[in-house]
Design a protein around this ligand. Structure first.
Ligand code: CAA
Length: 387
């Protein structure tokens, strides 16, 4: 696949690269250590148009395509994957959800402030007892006149402690089986009945705060329902198709950062009479890392292009998004593992960012669908296709 980037795509990539290297990289370790949300840089990202890259300009976004988004994500994540998590939830889970399923009024009220970076958005599907099996969710939204009264508990809500608004999935009809009784809602988090819990202590992406959220008789206006009643599960899955491309780009960025650090280290570090880059044991690792990164990049770009093409054709790009996420996240894990090994003791020290890349890579194999779920999605799609 020969991908010739447009001038616009090169511009957003370069803008993201300059910002990431100059503003994010110097503070990444500090926020990681503190597990603190990096407000200052996130606000700047909003001003640069990085919080609503694919949102049309009329709704406050940058109006760019998915490949532009992927290129920018990769650059941000090369500097710090946690900033990438915040960016991806805003862009591909929240903004794309409202853009695809929202009414004109919902877009004006809830898309514009998040796309401009004034607000932070989130997405809330998972519950303490339903992770991979999303259709088993129990949070209840009961229609009472003009409102839905919501009760329940959600977990692992990325951006949850700081979000102004989020997309929530809840059960509107408990009599219908599994995914059929689920609906989606736009929730304002400053209203009574909503509580964001304490941020979780996590292994990686520590600056992207994550928490449980509880709903106790939260009254959501009926006009804040996203899509029709009972359509919630399909909305959740369609949004996750977008999201998985974003996480794949995040994984790619982490892998690229770990790879570049390893090449530099291999040339500088001396052992057995010369730079360790002269040793085949190191060369073979670098060759495997580079090859997997290139393959992952092709899959990620292909999924991004397929997503934009789907706007015209209406075709689903589910399989390609899952392939990109599966391969890129396993590549990030492989590459960061090798990078720590190449760096030896220094790879295990907080003096260098390599140990952070290693910790950050792991989540890409878990959130927005574990690697096992991606394999399940890919296999189901293959078996449905006509050969
Ligand atoms: N797009 C549109 N519709 C879809 C779809 C998609 N990608 N995938 C499934 N559907 C539809 C199906 O066509 C089916 O519709 P019909 O009833 O009309 O036939 C319906 O949805 C049910 O589909 P399945 O039978 O395949 O559903 P399932 O219960 O077997 O589940 C699953 C499928 C793939 C396992 C799904 O539950 C899944 O993806 N699980 C993982 C969830 C996940 O990624 N969670 C992470 C949440 S976000 C997060 O990590 C935190 C954060 O803050 C970032």
């Amino acid at each position: 696949m020969n991908i010739e980037l447009t001038q616009e795509q090169r511009m957003i990539r370069d803008l993201a690269r300059d910002f990431a290297q100059n503003e994010i990289a110097p503070v990444a370790a500090k926020y990681d250590e503190a597990g603190e949300f990096p407000w200052e840089t996130v606000k700047q990202m909003g001003k640069l148009g990085l919080m609503g890259i694919m949102v049309p300009e009329e709704y406050g976004g940058a109006g760019l395509d998915t490949l532009s988004y992927v290129l920018a994500m990769e650059e941000i994540c090369k500097a710090d994957a946690a900033h990438g998590t915040i960016m991806s939830v805003n862009n591909s889970l929240y903004c794309e959800g409202i853009l695809q399923f929202g009414t004109e009024e919902q877009k004006r009220k809830y898309l514009v402030p998040v796309a401009t970076g004034e607000w932070v958005g989130a997405y809330s599907l998972t519950e303490p007892e339903s992770g991979s099996d999303s259709a088993a969710l129990k949070t209840r939204a009961e229609r009472q006149g003009d409102v839905y009264v919501i009760n329940g508990r959600k977990s692992w809500v990325t951006n949850g402690p700081v979000a102004n608004a989020l997309i929530l999935f809840a059960r509107t009809n408990p009599d219908l089986p599994k995914h059929k009784g689920i609906s989606a809602f736009i929730i304002e988090t400053d209203k009574p009945g909503f509580t964001a819990g304490k941020p979780e202590h996590k292994l990686g992406v520590r600056a992207s705060v994550t928490c449980e959220c509880t709903y106790e008789n939260y009254e959501c206006p009926a006009e804040n329902r996203l899509g029709e009643e009972g359509e919630g599960f399909k909305i959740a899955m369609t949004i996750l198709d977008n999201g998985r491309i974003g996480i794949a780009a995040q994984a790619l960025g982490i892998a690229q950062a770990a790879f570049e650090a390893s090449v530099k280290w291999a040339k500088e570090r001396h052992a057995f009479g010369g730079p360790i880059a002269n040793l085949q044991a190191i060369q073979f690792k670098l060759a495997d890392m580079a090859t997997r990164i290139e393959a992952a990049r092709l899959l990620v770009y292909q999924a991004a292009i397929a997503k934009d093409r789907a706007k015209q054709t209406g075709e689903r790009y589910t399989k390609l998004a899952s392939m990109a996420k599966l391969y890129a996240s396993e590549t990030a894990m492989f590459v960061t593992h090798q990078a720590v090994q190449i760096h030896g003791g220094m790879g295990y020290s907080k003096e260098l960012p390599v140990e952070r890349y290693f910790r950050d890579a792991k989540i890409t194999e878990i959130y927005e669908g574990t690697s096992e779920i991606q394999r399940l999605v890919i296999a189901r799609n293959i078996l449905r296709e006509q050969l």
